[in-house]
Design a protein around this ligand. Structure first.
Ligand code: PAF
Length: 288
């Protein structure tokens, strides 16, 4: 694995590879890697000649400074895991390398409705920070494809929109890969490392609630399903930011299902001071 810390050096090296007709797949991460990240690396490796993984804990996407301070950093282990997975390139930039002009935002990304919903509403500024860092990373790496986990459902939509805003829809494919789960159903996440034994046991409730919603889905008024889910989460000790059923393509809330619309259920909830998110696509409609 080749390690780059400087954007210009990585850019130059990748330019050379592109001239040799090598296709480049890109997996952006904030480190604290787990099997879910490795599965993204796997997708990229199968579909590209070269896989670039970035590890950068992006300060501009943390709306809560305590969350930033506590974000797990396991760089030695990350490097070993990436080596083991046969990753070609690791990009490990510093904050000044990623933000040469400082952290102050100079542009606003027009994300529209997407930014007013769910994560956008509960984490003001979060998606602007995601767009800033991913924009810069995409300019440095210029991949054919970027690989993202479905666990961050709304982030995947935001990054699709970013690629459009960059005018790169035709040249960068946004690949959304399935969420990997622990054997009890908990969605894999770097934040799971911070759960203590008791919290870890209770955390499974999130995926249980989503599965129950999927199993009990019916046409008509969905409020009883959501209220029950909310009750079960609270009984397990969660403080819920949101539990919603929405249109899978627009994130518009769906309170009354007509039986044809594609749906996704999304949840964000705190266990202690650890915020977990998850989602489940409930139904797919081919004609939709
Ligand atoms: O999903 C993440 O880990 C981050 O939001 C990303 C896409 C690497 C941007 O910092």
């Amino acid at each position: 694995m080749i390690l780059f810390k400087k954007a210009t050096e990585l850019h130059k090296w990748l330019d050379f590879q592109r001239k040799k007709q090598k296709s480049i797949g890109f997996v952006p991460t904030m480190g604290a890697l787990h099997t879910g990240h490795l599965s993204l690396i796997g997708y990229s490796q199968r579909e590209n000649d070269i896989t670039v993984c970035s590890v950068f804990v992006n300060p501009t996407q943390f709306n809560d400074p305590r969350d930033f301070e506590k974000y797990p950093i396991t760089i030695e282990k990350d490097i070993a895991m990436l080596e083991e997975a046969g990753t070609h390139v690791l990009f490990l930039p510093s904050v000044p390398e990623m933000y040469p002009d400082g952290l102050q935002a100079t542009r606003q990304y027009e994300l529209g409705f997407l930014e007013t919903r769910l994560e956008g509403a509960f984490r003001p500024g979060h998606f602007q920070g995601v767009c800033r860092v991913v924009h810069r990373l995409l300019e440095i790496v210029q991949p054919a494809s970027i690989y993202l986990g479905q666990k961050d459902y709304q982030q995947c939509m935001v990054i699709r929109k970013l690629v459009t805003l960059m005018g790169k829809e035709g040249s960068i494919s946004v690949m959304v890969c399935p969420t990997l789960r622990e054997t009890d159903g908990l969605a894999m996440s770097s934040r799971n490392m911070r759960l203590n034994e008791d919290q870890r046991k209770k955390a499974v409730t999130i995926s249980q609630v989503l599965t129950a919603i999927k199993q009990q889905l019916h046409t008509g008024d969905l409020s009883a399903l959501l209220n029950e889910g909310q009750r079960v989460l609270e009984a397990a000790g969660f403080r819920t930011d949101y539990l919603e059923i929405t249109d899978a393509r627009t994130l518009e809330p769906v309170t009354n299902w007509n039986g044809t619309q594609s749906l996704v259920a999304l949840v964000a909830a705190f266990m202690g001071d650890i915020r977990l998110i998850d989602n489940m696509v409930l139904t797919q409609n081919n004609t939709d």
